[in-house]
Design a protein. Structure first.
Length: 304
């Protein structure tokens, strides 16, 4: 006998407005339970301190999760000057403090210039990055510190949007793998007074913004009042996550070859790269252009 699948066969993306104080995995498990989904995955962790855009993929949508993981992000963050912590945020232990400092708006804006463009960043110890299979934050909790290799990231924009007293607010657009807590710590060092994050919100992940978000509380309330089918209206089609890929529409006969693992020749294909594949109007997966100029299946969606 085959293994029985638990939960509903439901496909789509929920853009959760993650609440403060919970892990991304806890948020994922709650949404998976609310939808009674048989399969679910998130698209990169947000710290418990952070709130905002957290795309959660249900069912076959997990096949596009890597594209969301690799996508660019936008954040709004609030920093407190004069205090440096071991984690770079307010959840950490104070390691340095400075009460006698004077920082101007001009000095902050000047210091921010060093973070623009492609830069190298050392991942913080308080991060989910794994070394030899062990997350760095687990080592950090034991008081351990290890050498980490700097990684190249890109900061497309970093803007000072508020500055009052010893707190400032930044809006940051960046590539995947950027640690905002590291930018905060490095900025504090550059200003000579130290700094750490007191609030962090992700405002965009790939194609998805705050306008697409729904909270776990509202999902729970709708589910309790109207039943699980009611919250299906918040599911976003999975192909929207890869809307930046070229679209290739196939007639059913040609699509059948693709579904059987064969590359096909189609007119007006891009010269290279990945594409979105459709059988007529139905999204069927991701393809790639091979060396012969044909489109071959890369990741196909299984119809349920």
């Amino acid at each position: 006998m085959g293994k029985r699948t638990r939960g509903r066969n439901i496909d789509g993306i929920v853009i959760l407005d993650k609440a403060i104080g919970i892990s991304s995995n806890r948020a994922l498990q709650e949404v998976k339970r609310l939808y009674d989904a048989n399969k679910a995955g998130h698209t990169g962790s947000l710290d418990p301190l952070a709130t905002g855009v957290l795309p959660l993929c249900l069912g076959e949508a997990t096949k596009v999760s890597q594209f969301l993981l690799d996508s660019d992000k936008k954040y709004r963050t609030r920093l407190k000057l004069g205090v440096r912590t071991d984690s770079g945020d307010s959840d950490g232990i104070v390691i340095e403090s400075c009460t006698d400092f004077h920082v101007t708006k001009k000095q902050i804006e000047e210091a921010l210039k060093q973070f623009l463009g492609e830069i190298e960043q050392i991942p913080p110890m308080h991060s989910a990055l794994k070394v030899n299979g062990v997350p760095l934050y687990k080592m950090a909790r034991k008081g351990q510190t290890i050498d980490r290799e700097a990684r190249k990231i890109t900061v497309y924009a970093i803007e000072l949007t508020d500055f009052e007293g010893d707190e400032l607010e930044l809006e940051i657009a960046c590539s995947k793998g950027t640690y905002i807590r590291t930018i905060a710590d490095d900025l504090g060092q550059a200003l000579g007074c130290g700094a750490h994050i007191v609030a962090l919100r992700r405002t965009q992940a790939g194609a998805f913004t705050e306008a697409d978000c729904v909270t776990a509380d509202s999902l729970r309330a709708e589910c309790e009042t109207h039943g699980v089918a009611r919250i299906d209206q918040h599911l976003i089609p999975m192909d929207r996550a890869i809307a930046d890929l070229p679209e290739v529409i196939l007639p059913s006969i040609t699509a059948s070859f693709i579904k059987n693992g064969q590359a096909v020749l189609v007119r007006h294909l891009p010269e290279q790269g990945l594409v979105r594949l459709y059988e007529e109007e139905q999204f069927i997966g991701i393809g790639c252009i091979d060396d012969d100029g044909k489109v071959a299946p890369r990741r196909l969606i299984v119809a349920q």
